[in-house]
Write a protein that binds this ligand. Structure first.
Ligand code: N01
Length: 533
């Protein structure tokens, strides 16, 4: 590490995609920058998560940095959906090429940050007591960082091995010959279940809410596809930036009613065969119109019934009670087919109650399932978990834990009233998890960089979201979510998966394209909605 100057210009919390790019970007502008990272290496979620089957559910050609022609040109993705190892290798490659490690302190978890009015500096204190002062802080703490551990009766009495997917051991445990249980059937469960079923003697899946899963149809990239992307990367990336989700999905342009029934079915089938989430974009009103939503949901239900041999098991796997695509779609390989295996059992908590975990298994109202290993695929305290894990103290005694006790509030996801000179990357109130998050990360880092340049150029000390602008923005965030069916699901997007967490739809769903235009306009108007001194 290079010697740290005190105070720093910018301190970044986290060294995932956002932290790595942030160090590079701000440093290249002549700022003194340091990133502090809890892990022992770069990667963020791709450093911590390493469970069997983990892949990214965005095409690898799109899930990468776009700011550097060189980085892009010299890297070759091998598969449509990259495995964790490949993404981790990629971010290490980027960190090496950008030479950012010397400005990252690893094994350093931030405990608190506090803003001092008199000096207009932030003090950032690590868990080991070390502290730094910095003019600006950039929270690059990630949306899916803090694991959620379920409060299930008896879990502490279990005598076998217990793993959370987010803290999977580096030395992957050998599950052969063992009775394994997985709790949770979100994206994580869906990815690991088919592989665990191949390894374990028996696999018990504990399902509280069935998942809608699209087939990944993963495979090696054809050489010509890789070359096409290499040659046209800038244009393709620009198209993604100007799209609804920051990804080159095949966005349907017509609503359900404008398409003949037989054409709908044929298009859904074509999209299903192509793989990936495209099937949920067949009509432009899938998440706004109940009738359109039901057509897609029914299509999935038929697919589940045809994939699963036992009709009773198929019924247990069919989601109910929430519109399709209002919880994050899962992308899997042989997920439903896995339930045709003799060594896989499904506990559907809609019909069978989980009574408790005992020393050597799981007891439900229907019986006892002996298990040696329990894997929690129970998700995250998403979007706010990592921020609120830090005691963030702003101006005039503002404390983020208190200010957000009714749910997160921000101005364009990046600024928070009461917290001058603090920026959040992919924060609640921005498209974040409702987009290709790498595209959103790049946007936010670049927007913050422009803002820092503006402050320097104009000799300004502090920038802070105006409370009225923040209120208006949050009303808009609520309003665009309210135009959709998204509030009808108890999803982690709304904080519904964590007991006691205030429920408010957190990502901005007005579109990546619209959001980028808004942020551009705000900057062009001299950072309208921010108070600058
Ligand atoms: O977490 P989840 P995840 N008893 O919250 C269940 C991203 N991701 O880690 O739905 C029993 O989605 C819970 O049930 P319910 C992606 O954005 C991406 O799977 O709350 N069950 C649910 O089934 C994703 O959406 C990739 O009723 C309990 C499951 O656990 C996000 O991360 C890969 C329970 C948790 O599902 C989170 O996914 C993996 C309890 N007490 C993840 N508590 C990529 O491919 C919870 N559950 C990039």
């Amino acid at each position: 590490m290079t010697e740290t100057q005190n105070p720093l210009d910018v301190l970044i919390v986290g060294a995932g995609f956002a932290g790595v790019y942030g160090v590079h970007k701000f440093r290249s502008m002549g700022f003194n920058v340091l990133a502090v990272e809890a892990g022992e290496n770069v990667g963020g979620t791709w450093y911590w998560n390493r469970y069997p089957g983990l892949r990214c559910d965005v095409d690898s050609l799109e899930y990468c940095f776009g700011f550097s022609e060189e980085l892009q040109r010299d890297w070759t993705w091998t598969e449509r959906y990259a495995r964790q190892e490949e993404i981790e290798r990629y971010i290490n490659y980027a960190a090496d090429r950008l030479d950012v490690r010397k400005d990252i302190r690893f094994n350093a978890r931030v405990a608190s940050t506090a803003f001092d009015e008199a000096s207009a500096l932030w003090t950032v204190t690590l868990e080991n007591g070390d502290s730094y002062q910095s003019r600006f802080i950039v929270m690059a703490t990630g949306c899916l960082t803090v694991p959620k551990t379920p409060d299930i009766a008896g879990i502490g009495d279990f005598k076998g091995e217990l793993f959370h997917s987010v803290r999977w051991p580096r030395q992957s445990p050998d599950l052969s010959g063992k009775n394994v249980a997985v709790i949770g059937t979100g994206s994580t469960g869906v990815q690991m279940i088919p592989l665990l079923a191949q390894q374990a003697k028996n696999l018990v899946v504990v399902q509280r809410t069935p998942a809608y899963c699209v087939p990944a149809r993963n495979g090696p990239w054809p050489q010509e596809r890789v070359e096409y992307w290499r040659e046209n990367f800038t244009q393709l990336r620009d198209m993604a930036k100007n799209s609804r989700a920051g990804v080159l999905h095949e966005y349907g342009i017509l609503p359900l009613h404008a398409i003949r029934a037989e054409d709908r079915e044929a298009d859904l089938e074509r999209r299903w065969l192509k793989g990936g989430p495209n099937v949920t974009y067949a009509f432009n009103d899938v998440v706004t119109n109940k009738a359109a939503n039901e057509v897609v949901a029914e299509f999935f239900h038929r697919k589940i019934r045809s994939a699963v041999t036992d009709p009773a098991t198929a019924e247990k796997l069919i989601p109910s009670g929430f519109p399709i695509a209002t919880k994050r779609m899962c992308v899997g390989t042989d997920y439903y087919e896995t339930y045709n295996r003799d060594n896989v059992q499904l506990i559907d908590l809609r019909t069978e109650k989980l009574e408790q975990i005992e020393a050597h298994g799981i007891r439900t109202t229907d019986g006892f399932y002996p298990v040696d290993v329990i894997i929690l695929a129970t998700g995250y305290d998403a979007m706010t978990g990592a921020l609120l894990a830090i005691d963030i103290q702003g101006r005039d005694g503002h404390r983020l834990r208190e200010d957000w006790s009714h749910g997160p509030e921000s101005y364009i996801g990046m600024g928070i009233s009461g917290y001058p000179n603090m920026f959040v990357v992919t924060g609640p109130g921005s498209p974040s998890v409702f987009s290709n998050v790498v595209v959103s990360i790049e946007h936010d880092i670049e927007w913050i960089a422009d803002c820092l340049a503006y402050m320097r150029e104009h000799g300004k000390q502090t920038i802070e979201a105006d409370p009225a602008a923040q209120d208006r923005w949050m009303d808009h965030v609520d309003e665009v979510a309210g135009r959709t069916l998204l509030n009808e699901a108890a999803s982690w997007y709304r904080g519904a998966n964590v007991a006691g967490k205030p429920q408010r739809f957190m990502p901005y769903v007005g579109g990546v394209n619209t959001y980028r235009d808004t942020c551009r306009q705000i900057a062009a108007n001299g950072y309208e909605g921010f108070n600058i001194d």
